[in-house]
Design a protein around this ligand. Sequence first.
Ligand code: HEC
Length: 104
Amino acid sequence: MRRVAAVVVSALLVTGCAARTPLAPDASGEEIYQAICAACHGADLRGEIGPPLGPGSDAAAMTDEFYRVTITRGLGRMPSYGGTLSDEQVDRVIRYLRERQKEG
Ligand code: HEC
């Protein structure tokens, strides 16, 4: 419980310098999303600087492979996170997005 609180607090503190976010290796997909991605894609996935990623978005129809490449190499104004996130963390954040997209 205390660890979860620590992750939430650090997620709040690091918004704005996302690329240097210190993430626990076993951070959940949701923790990774909120710590790194939410700053641009919105805590509710509705998009801000970046496009929406939630249910019904164009992104919901894109493949996991496209997500993986986008996250690890970056795309346009989106920075690359291949040096920040492990393959497993990338998989976890993609799974989190897929679960949210199913919620409709
Ligand atoms: C600094 C802002 C920023 C951050 C942080 C960021 N993104 Fe993005 N993201 C963007 C922008 C801008 C685009 C659109 C890029 C383009 O098409 O030129 C994008 C595109 C995407 C796309 C493709 C969707 C589409 O409609 O084009 C996915 C998937 C995505 N981001 C996931 C993530 C994930 C997962 C994270 C966290 C690991 C993340 N992004 C962090 C800005 C960001």
